[in-house]
Design a protein around this ligand. Structure first.
Ligand code: CP3
Length: 362
């Protein structure tokens, strides 16, 4: 069977939004693009608003501020998709875990490490606590239309259970998430209960985001790559498949992008077994391997090294062009391999957008 004939069939319907059409497997006139963490500290208008609002969480819980920040990069650079401004850790916070963001240090949570600490988490106010996110999605959906970005799609997102659980157990970022791994391996009954709670809450969170106007969903599994194979199947693939199934019961056609960062050759198993619509690649995934192995199964998204964007110039242009040359024969959305680095000059982002807008397959 030829490479072309193995690709899943795109439906006949086109939305007029390059990003959504690409997730449906269409190869358009150019590759659509957006960037993970496209809103954030590298933008002076973000830093100004954060100064006024007094911090990250204050902005994320204010629908007008969250809408404004979501729009900032779109107004400047005209990406093909906007991603709602929030964070993956609002889910544990909405379940009752204390969360703060300490400037220059990142998130701090009161660790959850025992059965009784897990049992103390509660669904009771979950949807009420997350209401500002749904409100921000509604506002942004309207703002995209009124500000003339009617071809820009709006993405909702959540962290995957493994990555969110890793922060919940650890209490903060970590290089190896050893507390989380200790619990996953040594106290798997309690860890399974935590994952189960996150499957339920994440699915309902994503369903509500779709109901509020998110047109596509991304599941961030940033720490998928630190697990051994058996744990990857148990804590990454299985819970993700459960969430995708629950979302699809309510929204059978909404595109869902999975991002199992640094999963290596387990990218294939993730693509085959989770039911996601498309798969996000980190920068370590060889693009020719992805074109041969993953793209026949589903559209791919990625994977410029954020460091190339930070550096800019020829290094950035050459890396971006290599990705385009390798991946534009199948369903493809251009993105980074991880989030925009906070020291990235906005001019580099503008230059990359020019390259992407003008690039045509030769
Ligand atoms: O992509 C976007 O533009 C949407 C917004 C978004 C944020 N966080 C805003 C944010 C998204 C999609 C996330 C996801 C997220 N959050 C992930 C998964 C993706 C990834 O980067 O791996 C993770 C692991 C987190 C947890 C988190 N949030 C950490 C570890 C940190 C501190 C490190 C850092 O980059 O500051 C955050 C804070 C955070 N989330 C900021 C932003 C804009 C910076 C807050 C600030 O100081 O203003």
């Amino acid at each position: 069977m030829s490479y072309e004939s193995k690709r899943p069939k795109a439906s006949a319907i086109r939305t007029g939004k390059l990003f959504l059409d690409a997730l449906d497997g269409h190869i358009g006139e150019r590759a659509p693009f957006w960037f993970m963490r496209q809103a954030g500290r590298y933008l002076p208008e973000y830093r100004e608003l954060r100064g006024k609002k007094g911090g990250f969480l204050a902005m994320a819980t204010d629908p007008d501020a969250a809408c404004e920040i979501t729009m900032q990069p779109v107004r400047r650079f005209g990406m093909d998709a906007a991603i709602i401004f929030s964070d993956i850790l609002v889910v544990p916070q909405a379940l009752g875990q204390k969360l703060e963001f300490v400037q220059n240090e990142g998130p701090k949570l009161e660790p959850v490490r025992s059965g009784s600490e897990i049992a103390a988490l509660s669904f009771t106010d979950f949807e009420k606590n997350l209401a500002p996110v749904f409100e921000a999605i509604k506002k942004t959906s309207a703002a995209l239309k009124t500000e003339g970005f009617s071809n820009t799609a709006l993405i909702g997102f959540a962290g995957a259970p493994w990555t969110v659980a890793a922060y919940m157990v650890e209490g903060e970022g970590s290089r190896d998430f050893l507390y989380a791994k200790k619990m996953a391996l040594g106290d798997s009954k309690n860890f399974a209960a935590l994952i189960e709670l996150l499957v339920e809450s994440t699915a309902s969170y994503l369903i509500r985001q779709a109901g509020a106007g998110a047109e596509a969903l991304q599941i961030f599994d940033s720490w998928a790559g630190i697990l051994d194979d058996a744990s990857f199947q148990q804590w990454v693939v299985k819970p993700t498949r459960a969430i995708v199934g629950m979302v699809r019961e309510v929204y059978p056609h909404i595109p869902i992008i999975g991002f199992p960062r640094c999963a290596g050759s387990n990218y294939f198993s993730y693509a085959q077994n989770t039911g996601v619509t498309a798969i996000g690649l980190d920068q370590s995934v060889p693009t020719q391997w992805a074109a041969k192995t993953l793209q026949p199964l589903m559209p791919v998204q990625g994977n410029l090294d954020p460091a190339a964007l930070l550096v800019g110039g020829d290094a950035m242009a050459m890396a971006a062009e290599r990705i385009l040359a390798d991946l534009t024969r199948g369903g493809f959305v251009f993105n980074l391999g991880h989030g925009v680095h906070k020291d990235t000059p906005p001019e580099h982002v503008a230059a990359l957008c020019d390259i992407l807008r003008n690039w045509r397959a030769s």
